[in-house]
Design a protein around this ligand. Structure first.
Ligand code: ZN
Length: 310
Protein backbone atom coordinates (compact mmCIF):
# COMPACT_ATOMS: atom_id res chain seq x y z
CA UNK A 1 0.00 0.00 0.00
CA UNK A 2 1.30 3.45 -0.88
CA UNK A 3 2.25 5.70 1.99
CA UNK A 4 -0.09 8.71 2.21
CA UNK A 5 1.54 12.01 1.42
CA UNK A 6 1.66 14.25 4.43
CA UNK A 7 2.71 17.88 4.35
CA UNK A 8 4.77 19.62 7.00
CA UNK A 9 3.80 22.84 8.75
CA UNK A 10 6.49 24.57 6.69
CA UNK A 11 4.92 23.33 3.45
CA UNK A 12 1.50 24.32 4.68
CA UNK A 13 2.60 27.93 5.15
CA UNK A 14 4.38 27.92 1.81
CA UNK A 15 1.06 26.96 0.19
CA UNK A 16 -1.07 29.33 2.23
CA UNK A 17 1.16 32.25 3.21
CA UNK A 18 -1.71 34.72 3.67
CA UNK A 19 -5.46 35.30 3.62
CA UNK A 20 -5.48 35.90 -0.14
CA UNK A 21 -3.99 32.46 -0.85
CA UNK A 22 -6.48 30.83 1.50
CA UNK A 23 -9.42 32.62 -0.15
CA UNK A 24 -8.32 31.60 -3.66
CA UNK A 25 -8.08 28.00 -2.47
CA UNK A 26 -11.57 28.04 -0.95
CA UNK A 27 -12.94 29.64 -4.13
CA UNK A 28 -11.31 27.12 -6.40
CA UNK A 29 -12.67 24.23 -4.32
CA UNK A 30 -16.15 25.69 -4.29
CA UNK A 31 -16.51 26.97 -7.84
CA UNK A 32 -13.62 25.82 -9.96
CA UNK A 33 -12.98 28.49 -12.59
CA UNK A 34 -16.52 29.87 -12.96
CA UNK A 35 -18.04 31.65 -9.99
CA UNK A 36 -21.71 31.06 -9.43
CA UNK A 37 -24.08 33.37 -7.52
CA UNK A 38 -25.25 31.48 -4.40
CA UNK A 39 -28.45 33.57 -4.31
CA UNK A 40 -29.82 32.89 -7.80
CA UNK A 41 -27.37 30.54 -9.53
CA UNK A 42 -26.35 33.04 -12.22
CA UNK A 43 -22.88 32.78 -13.72
CA UNK A 44 -22.85 36.46 -14.61
CA UNK A 45 -20.67 37.76 -11.83
CA UNK A 46 -18.36 40.72 -11.35
CA UNK A 47 -15.58 41.24 -8.85
CA UNK A 48 -16.01 44.24 -6.54
CA UNK A 49 -13.34 46.88 -6.17
CA UNK A 50 -11.28 46.17 -3.01
CA UNK A 51 -13.81 43.40 -2.33
CA UNK A 52 -16.18 45.80 -0.61
CA UNK A 53 -18.73 45.21 0.72
CA UNK A 54 -18.03 41.66 -0.49
CA UNK A 55 -15.78 40.07 -3.07
CA UNK A 56 -18.42 39.57 -5.78
CA UNK A 57 -21.66 40.94 -7.12
CA UNK A 58 -24.21 39.12 -9.22
CA UNK A 59 -25.19 41.01 -12.37
CA UNK A 60 -28.59 39.31 -12.46
CA UNK A 61 -29.98 39.50 -8.92
CA UNK A 62 -27.55 42.30 -7.98
CA UNK A 63 -26.75 40.79 -4.62
CA UNK A 64 -23.26 40.63 -3.17
CA UNK A 65 -21.59 37.42 -2.09
CA UNK A 66 -18.32 35.84 -1.07
CA UNK A 67 -17.03 32.29 -0.90
CA UNK A 68 -18.54 32.08 2.60
CA UNK A 69 -22.10 32.95 1.50
CA UNK A 70 -24.51 30.05 1.99
CA UNK A 71 -21.96 27.80 3.67
CA UNK A 72 -21.09 26.99 7.27
CA UNK A 73 -18.39 29.67 7.04
CA UNK A 74 -20.92 32.43 6.62
CA UNK A 75 -21.37 33.37 10.25
CA UNK A 76 -17.70 33.10 11.09
CA UNK A 77 -15.51 36.16 11.19
CA UNK A 78 -12.33 34.15 11.49
CA UNK A 79 -9.93 34.54 8.57
CA UNK A 80 -10.06 31.69 6.07
CA UNK A 81 -6.38 31.07 6.67
CA UNK A 82 -7.19 30.21 10.31
CA UNK A 83 -9.93 27.86 9.16
CA UNK A 84 -7.40 26.11 6.97
CA UNK A 85 -4.90 25.95 9.81
CA UNK A 86 -7.51 24.45 12.09
CA UNK A 87 -8.40 21.78 9.52
CA UNK A 88 -4.71 21.10 8.99
CA UNK A 89 -4.09 20.71 12.73
CA UNK A 90 -7.04 18.36 13.13
CA UNK A 91 -5.96 16.40 10.08
CA UNK A 92 -2.43 15.69 11.23
CA UNK A 93 -3.22 15.12 14.92
CA UNK A 94 -4.16 11.46 14.66
CA UNK A 95 -5.34 11.28 18.23
CA UNK A 96 -7.23 14.56 18.17
CA UNK A 97 -6.35 17.99 19.48
CA UNK A 98 -7.72 19.80 22.56
CA UNK A 99 -9.43 23.12 21.95
CA UNK A 100 -7.09 24.84 24.45
CA UNK A 101 -4.12 23.99 22.26
CA UNK A 102 -5.90 25.00 19.10
CA UNK A 103 -6.86 28.32 20.70
CA UNK A 104 -3.26 29.00 21.66
CA UNK A 105 -1.82 28.18 18.28
CA UNK A 106 -4.42 30.09 16.28
CA UNK A 107 -4.49 33.07 18.63
CA UNK A 108 -8.24 32.85 19.22
CA UNK A 109 -10.40 32.25 22.30
CA UNK A 110 -11.05 28.74 23.50
CA UNK A 111 -14.73 29.19 22.81
CA UNK A 112 -13.99 30.09 19.18
CA UNK A 113 -11.60 27.17 18.88
CA UNK A 114 -14.16 24.78 20.30
CA UNK A 115 -16.84 25.96 17.90
CA UNK A 116 -14.43 25.85 14.98
CA UNK A 117 -13.44 22.27 15.78
CA UNK A 118 -17.07 21.21 16.19
CA UNK A 119 -17.95 22.62 12.79
CA UNK A 120 -15.05 20.83 11.16
CA UNK A 121 -16.12 17.60 12.85
CA UNK A 122 -19.67 18.22 11.71
CA UNK A 123 -18.49 18.27 8.12
CA UNK A 124 -16.82 14.90 8.66
CA UNK A 125 -19.98 13.63 10.32
CA UNK A 126 -21.99 14.53 7.25
CA UNK A 127 -19.55 12.56 5.16
CA UNK A 128 -19.71 9.40 7.22
CA UNK A 129 -23.50 9.41 7.19
CA UNK A 130 -23.94 10.51 3.62
CA UNK A 131 -24.92 7.03 2.51
CA UNK A 132 -22.29 7.29 -0.21
CA UNK A 133 -22.05 3.84 -1.73
CA UNK A 134 -23.98 1.44 0.39
CA UNK A 135 -22.89 -0.57 3.36
CA UNK A 136 -19.85 -2.59 4.29
CA UNK A 137 -19.23 -5.92 2.65
CA UNK A 138 -17.25 -9.17 2.75
CA UNK A 139 -16.20 -10.00 6.31
CA UNK A 140 -17.34 -7.48 8.93
CA UNK A 141 -17.03 -7.31 12.71
CA UNK A 142 -19.74 -5.74 14.85
CA UNK A 143 -19.38 -4.75 18.49
CA UNK A 144 -20.58 -2.21 21.03
CA UNK A 145 -18.61 -0.37 23.67
CA UNK A 146 -19.32 1.83 26.66
CA UNK A 147 -17.78 5.22 27.17
CA UNK A 148 -18.29 7.52 30.05
CA UNK A 149 -17.79 9.25 33.28
CA UNK A 150 -17.47 8.08 36.82
CA UNK A 151 -20.65 6.78 38.33
CA UNK A 152 -20.06 8.35 41.76
CA UNK A 153 -20.15 11.83 40.22
CA UNK A 154 -23.66 11.43 39.00
CA UNK A 155 -26.93 12.08 40.73
CA UNK A 156 -29.10 9.07 41.29
CA UNK A 157 -31.82 10.49 39.08
CA UNK A 158 -29.45 10.69 36.14
CA UNK A 159 -28.36 7.11 36.36
CA UNK A 160 -29.48 5.10 33.41
CA UNK A 161 -30.02 1.44 33.51
CA UNK A 162 -28.71 0.21 30.23
CA UNK A 163 -28.32 -3.40 31.07
CA UNK A 164 -25.17 -4.75 29.55
CA UNK A 165 -21.87 -3.04 30.21
CA UNK A 166 -22.49 -0.20 32.55
CA UNK A 167 -24.77 2.30 34.08
CA UNK A 168 -24.74 5.95 33.06
CA UNK A 169 -22.33 5.40 30.23
CA UNK A 170 -22.80 6.25 26.60
CA UNK A 171 -23.06 3.33 24.22
CA UNK A 172 -21.34 3.30 20.87
CA UNK A 173 -21.88 0.64 18.24
CA UNK A 174 -19.55 0.04 15.36
CA UNK A 175 -18.98 -2.17 12.37
CA UNK A 176 -15.64 -2.70 10.70
CA UNK A 177 -14.92 -4.39 7.42
CA UNK A 178 -11.80 -6.57 7.66
CA UNK A 179 -8.99 -4.39 6.36
CA UNK A 180 -11.47 -1.63 5.60
CA UNK A 181 -13.72 1.13 6.82
CA UNK A 182 -15.41 1.67 10.18
CA UNK A 183 -18.94 2.99 10.65
CA UNK A 184 -19.76 3.89 14.25
CA UNK A 185 -22.47 5.82 16.05
CA UNK A 186 -23.93 6.38 19.49
CA UNK A 187 -27.05 4.41 20.41
CA UNK A 188 -29.47 4.66 23.31
CA UNK A 189 -29.73 0.98 24.26
CA UNK A 190 -28.44 -2.45 23.34
CA UNK A 191 -31.69 -4.21 22.66
CA UNK A 192 -32.03 -6.53 19.73
CA UNK A 193 -34.02 -4.11 17.58
CA UNK A 194 -31.44 -1.33 17.90
CA UNK A 195 -28.45 -3.52 17.16
CA UNK A 196 -30.09 -5.27 14.23
CA UNK A 197 -31.28 -2.03 12.67
CA UNK A 198 -27.73 -0.74 12.81
CA UNK A 199 -26.41 -3.88 11.11
CA UNK A 200 -29.11 -3.93 8.44
CA UNK A 201 -28.48 -0.29 7.62
CA UNK A 202 -24.71 -0.53 7.41
CA UNK A 203 -23.83 -4.02 6.21
CA UNK A 204 -24.76 -5.33 2.77
CA UNK A 205 -26.72 -8.56 2.80
CA UNK A 206 -24.70 -11.64 1.97
CA UNK A 207 -21.73 -10.45 4.03
CA UNK A 208 -20.18 -12.53 6.80
CA UNK A 209 -20.84 -10.92 10.17
CA UNK A 210 -18.85 -11.67 13.32
CA UNK A 211 -20.08 -10.62 16.75
CA UNK A 212 -19.68 -11.86 20.27
CA UNK A 213 -22.45 -14.07 21.63
CA UNK A 214 -24.50 -11.28 23.25
CA UNK A 215 -28.14 -12.30 22.99
CA UNK A 216 -29.27 -9.18 21.12
CA UNK A 217 -27.29 -10.34 18.10
CA UNK A 218 -29.18 -13.61 17.86
CA UNK A 219 -31.32 -14.10 14.79
CA UNK A 220 -29.82 -11.58 12.40
CA UNK A 221 -30.93 -12.58 8.93
CA UNK A 222 -29.39 -12.22 5.49
CA UNK A 223 -25.82 -12.86 6.61
CA UNK A 224 -23.47 -15.64 7.50
CA UNK A 225 -23.24 -15.07 11.25
CA UNK A 226 -20.32 -16.24 13.37
CA UNK A 227 -20.01 -15.62 17.10
CA UNK A 228 -17.18 -15.67 19.58
CA UNK A 229 -17.78 -16.31 23.26
CA UNK A 230 -15.68 -13.88 25.28
CA UNK A 231 -16.87 -15.12 28.64
CA UNK A 232 -15.14 -18.48 28.32
CA UNK A 233 -11.89 -16.94 27.15
CA UNK A 234 -12.55 -17.91 23.57
CA UNK A 235 -11.28 -14.73 22.04
CA UNK A 236 -10.00 -15.94 18.71
CA UNK A 237 -11.70 -18.87 17.03
CA UNK A 238 -9.83 -19.10 13.73
CA UNK A 239 -11.18 -16.29 11.58
CA UNK A 240 -14.08 -15.62 13.90
CA UNK A 241 -13.03 -12.68 16.04
CA UNK A 242 -13.79 -9.02 16.59
CA UNK A 243 -10.23 -7.83 17.17
CA UNK A 244 -10.42 -5.20 14.43
CA UNK A 245 -13.33 -3.24 15.86
CA UNK A 246 -11.93 -3.72 19.37
CA UNK A 247 -8.67 -2.05 18.32
CA UNK A 248 -10.74 0.82 17.03
CA UNK A 249 -12.47 1.12 20.42
CA UNK A 250 -9.08 1.16 22.12
CA UNK A 251 -8.01 4.13 19.98
CA UNK A 252 -11.28 5.94 20.54
CA UNK A 253 -10.94 5.51 24.30
CA UNK A 254 -7.34 6.68 24.32
CA UNK A 255 -8.59 9.86 22.68
CA UNK A 256 -11.39 10.13 25.16
CA UNK A 257 -9.33 9.65 28.27
CA UNK A 258 -6.02 11.09 27.06
CA UNK A 259 -6.76 14.09 24.89
CA UNK A 260 -10.26 15.28 25.61
CA UNK A 261 -10.49 14.12 29.23
CA UNK A 262 -14.22 14.44 29.06
CA UNK A 263 -16.56 14.35 26.10
CA UNK A 264 -20.09 15.21 27.01
CA UNK A 265 -22.65 12.67 25.83
CA UNK A 266 -24.32 15.44 23.87
CA UNK A 267 -21.29 15.84 21.62
CA UNK A 268 -19.98 12.28 21.73
CA UNK A 269 -21.41 11.40 18.31
CA UNK A 270 -19.21 14.08 16.72
CA UNK A 271 -16.08 12.66 18.32
CA UNK A 272 -17.06 9.19 17.23
CA UNK A 273 -17.39 10.53 13.68
CA UNK A 274 -14.03 12.22 13.97
CA UNK A 275 -12.31 8.99 14.89
CA UNK A 276 -14.14 6.97 12.22
CA UNK A 277 -13.38 9.56 9.59
CA UNK A 278 -9.67 9.60 10.49
CA UNK A 279 -9.55 5.83 10.46
CA UNK A 280 -11.25 5.65 7.07
CA UNK A 281 -9.02 8.30 5.55
CA UNK A 282 -5.72 7.10 7.02
CA UNK A 283 -4.49 6.23 3.55
CA UNK A 284 -5.12 9.58 1.94
CA UNK A 285 -2.67 12.47 2.01
CA UNK A 286 -2.96 15.69 4.01
CA UNK A 287 -4.08 17.85 1.08
CA UNK A 288 -6.73 15.39 -0.07
CA UNK A 289 -7.99 15.24 3.48
CA UNK A 290 -8.20 19.03 3.67
CA UNK A 291 -9.95 19.14 0.30
CA UNK A 292 -12.50 16.51 1.34
CA UNK A 293 -13.27 18.52 4.48
CA UNK A 294 -13.63 21.76 2.53
CA UNK A 295 -15.86 20.10 0.03
CA UNK A 296 -18.34 19.21 2.74
CA UNK A 297 -17.94 22.48 4.53
CA UNK A 298 -18.93 24.62 1.57
CA UNK A 299 -22.08 22.60 1.05
CA UNK A 300 -23.60 22.81 4.49
CA UNK A 301 -24.01 25.13 7.41
CA UNK A 302 -24.14 24.74 11.16
CA UNK A 303 -25.17 27.60 13.38
CA UNK A 304 -23.96 28.02 16.92
CA UNK A 305 -27.56 27.87 18.10
CA UNK A 306 -28.19 24.53 16.44
CA UNK A 307 -24.90 23.20 17.70
CA UNK A 308 -25.49 23.96 21.36
CA UNK A 309 -29.06 22.70 21.18
CA UNK A 310 -28.12 19.53 19.38
ZN1 ZN B 1 -27.63 36.27 -8.33
Amino acid sequence: MQKPETISLYEFFAKFPNEEAARLFFEEKRWGVTKCCPHCGSLSVSECKDHKPMAYRCKDCRKHFSVRTGTMLEESRLPLQKWLMAIYMMTIARKGIPSTQMARELGITQKSAWFLAQRIRESWFAKSNGGSNGGLDNVVEVDETFIGGKEKNKHASKKLNQGRGGVGKAIVIGVKERGGAVIAQTISNTNSKTLKEFIYRNVNSGATVYTDNFKSYRGIVGYTHGTVNHSVGEYVKHQVHTNGIESFWALLKRGYYGVYHYMSHKHLHRYVSEFSFRHNTAQIGTMQFIEATLNHMTHQRLTYKRLINA
